[in-house]
Design a protein around this ligand. Structure first.
Ligand code: 147
Length: 660
């Protein structure tokens, strides 16, 4: 005999506070930095910039994020460009650099309740005094971090809520105590400490050290794969996935994010999940393409894309608040019989209830890491049985997203299905595969929408930049420093505002490999540029200056791999009055070199580099230095400027145009 029927699983699930509550919900967030992931956003036209910020932060609109985690810049590369330190050198402080202050203010403007969380990836070199150890002097390190917190307060009226130790690197537990004391002694006892932004290894240290246990407020693990060890669950300190996601933001990326937002609690008891990264606002061609909640990397066109993870976030953020409580496992939290998961969250006064249900299938919700063990999900009927304080609810507002993967089908995101009646305390739904639902007593959720943004367009040529429009200390919006840090400074005279490389010694790095190149590089343009001319005014600093300064084109590498960049790099060494043209940033392969007493001056020089096919031609102050064939030059790449070693150097009047 053959049987032909469809097996639809069906299950009933209690949603009930009679047996108490689960853990406190601590919020969902996004991470700007680690590093420079928001780089290009500040340079957007105001209209699109505000729209993007609304999609990220505006309550009851779209992602409506509850936490903004930012990098505390350390003048070093940590994924997509360097972020500026507030203390490039030990004898100065400056709170006007970079874009994280600006981003935090924009987030707070939209949601005054958003929590701000700062974490360093790298540190300026002076903190290590020639070593790669930031804990050489814990007082000094605590003071450096305190200054960032205090600077946020004094210069930007920003209250920092949470502070971390050192991203994914060694956590010196003595330093954590020193930091706590420093904050307490200086009026910041309400700032909470997260440790150690690596894995659950910190749990062993906490178990062995009651003083450490008393100063770690949240245990933050990265990419936990929705699970946490038993001893972490029992330790009595809340568990967070303080960095997660990092997955290409197509539909699978949305599936990943929806699954981990629920299951980090269901399986791992983690009460906060933070996405690396908040937004892809870095040049296409740099590492970690679109591993972001949304994409906005064309400040010249204003084009941006709201991607599925934005709406997956909404399913929780728009229908909860930090401080709500999960219901206990088996009474509102658990795995579904047919695959997938559900969580229930309730307001502290027990009047509001939200249930989030997801049915993301394995292949449609794989995250970048760790490996996802196999499991199955099927279409299923679920019935929620409301009890306790929720027994009297007569309807729930239902929001639905369906992720679609077949060609010709399009996903639907955060659509209202209206109020659905709860009859005799029961609400039934038929769930397809790769769907997510929010069922809530709240009426405030919304599918926010602006019209289509402007069309995508390539980086415009010709391009000119004289830095006059920037405030002093700004990091120019359109250049992405891969090593070194670049501030606008006013040098007076004809040049007035210029861009200066500020880093004087190797930083305490996050990417070890960046120590293979002890110079700077600042990129712009397009990775797919081929024939291009670049003209720049350059001078090396007279005090603490670099030896050489360069302009380059067809630069094929950035991020932690900057040291391996190939391209054409045209250096001058003004003291020796020599020039050198190399095929790689490190200078292993020399294409041309020479001495030019009459052309190169110890002061401002105008450098010009032109590339056509494999012919490279260079001028200094309108005098031709070389014109050679460079057969090993990459076919395409960014343009850039930089210095041969760390040290001051100035750049002005950048002019880019096509050489064809
Ligand atoms: C994380 C970093 O913290 C981020 O800055 C960013 O680089 C992100 C990109 O996915 O990765 O670092 C990790 C690197 C490797 C692993 C985990 C985190 N890993 O192999 O488990």
């Amino acid at each position: 005999a053959s049987y032909l029927f469809c097996i639809v699983s069906s299950g009933s699930y209690f949603v009930d506070d009679t047996f108490g509550l689960g853990r406190t919900y601590d919020g969902i967030g996004g991470l700007s930095g680690g590093s420079a992931t928001s780089k290009l956003l500040i340079g957007y036209p105001q209209k699109q910039r505000d729209e993007v910020l609304d999609y990220l932060f505006k309550p009851h609109f779209a992602a409506s994020l509850q936490i903004l985690k930012v990098e505390i810049g350390g003048d070093a590369q940590a994924s997509d460009a360097t972020e500026a330190s507030h203390m490039h050198v030990e004898w100065e402080e400056n709170y006007e650099r970079g874009y994280e202050w600006w981003l935090m203010k924009e987030a707070k403007l939209r949601n005054p309740d958003i929590k701000l969380y700062g974490l360093p990836w790298a540190f300026p070199g002076w903190l290590g005094n020639g070593t790669q150890n930031p804990y050489r002097n814990n007082e000094k390190l605590a003071d450096y971090i305190f200054k960032w917190i205090h600077g946020a307060q004094v210069y930007h009226n920003l209250k920092i809520d949470l502070i971390g130790i050192w991203n994914e690197r060694w956590c010196d537990t003595e330093y954590v105590k020193v930091l706590r004391k420093k904050l307490d002694d200086n009026g910041y006892s309400d700032i909470r400490i997260v440790a150690s932004d690596l894995d659950f290894g910190i749990v062993d240290f906490i178990k062995a050290d009651s003083e450490l246990a008393s100063v770690v407020d949240y245990i933050g693990a990265h990419y936990p794969g929705v699970v946490s060890p038993e001893d972490a669950k029992e330790i009595g300190i809340p568990l967070w996935s303080s960095e997660d996601f990092s997955t290409y933001n197509d539909e699978v990326g949305g599936g990943c994010w929806a699954r981990i937002l629920n299951q980090n609690y269901v399986q791992g008891l983690m009460t906060s999940t933070i996405a690396w990264n908040l937004i892809d606002s870095f040049f296409q061609g740099l590492p970690w393409d679109r591993t972001s909640l949304m994409t906005a990397r064309e400040p010249w066109s204003g084009n941006y894309a709201v991607e599925s993870p934005i709406w997956m976030s909404a399913h929780t953020t728009q229908v909860t608040e930090i401080g709500w409580h999960y219901l206990p496992h088996g009474h509102g939290v658990g795995m579904l019989d047919g695959g997938g998961s559900y969580v229930s969250l309730v307001s502290p006064d027990l009047t509001e209830l939200t249930i989030v249900v997801e049915t993301m299938s394995h292949d449609h919700s794989v995250c970048i890491r760790p490996d996802l063990p196999p499991y199955t999900v099927q279409e299923q009927k679920v019935t929620f049985i409301l009890g306790g304080n929720f027994a009297k609810i007569t309807s729930l507002n239902v929001w639905q997203s369906k992720l679609k993967f077949n060609p010709g089908e399009s996903s639907t995101y955060f659509q209202s299905l209206g109020p659905v009646p709860v009859i005799n305390g029961k609400l039934s739904l038929t769930l397809g595969v790769d769907e997510i639902y929010s069922l809530t007593t709240l009426k405030t959720a919304m599918h926010g929408e602006y019209g289509l943004p402007p069309n995508s367009a390539p980086f415009p040529l010709p391009f000119v930049e004289n830095f006059e429009e920037y405030p002093v200390s700004a990091e120019p919006y359109i250049l992405a420093p891969q090593q070194g840090s670049f501030d606008v400074v006013d040098v007076g005279g004809d040049h007035k505002k210029v861009m200066r490389q500020m880093v004087l010694q190797p930083p305490i790095v996050w990417c070890q490999e960046t120590l293979r190149y002890n110079g700077s590089l600042n990129l712009l343009g397009r990775f797919n540029w081929t024939d291009v001319d670049i003209d720049v005014d350059v001078q090396v600093g007279q005090i603490n200056g670099s030896d050489g300064v360069f302009i380059g084109a067809r630069i094929d590498n950035g991020g932690c791999g900057t040291y391996a960049a190939k391209g054409v790099f045209f250096f001058i060494f003004p003291k020796e009055k020599t020039f050198r043209v190399t095929n790689d940033i490190i200078g292993n392969t020399i294409i041309a070199e020479g001495k030019q007493e009459s052309a190169i001056v110890y002061g401002w020089n105008r450098l010009s580099l032109s590339i056509k096919n494999q012919t490279v031609t260079g001028f200094c102050n309108d005098i031709q230095m070389f014109s050679v064939t460079a057969p090993n030059v990459p076919a395409n790449g960014f343009v850039g400027v930089g210095t041969d070693i760390y040290g001051y150097a100035d750049f002005d009047n950048i002019y880019l145009h096509s050489s064809t």
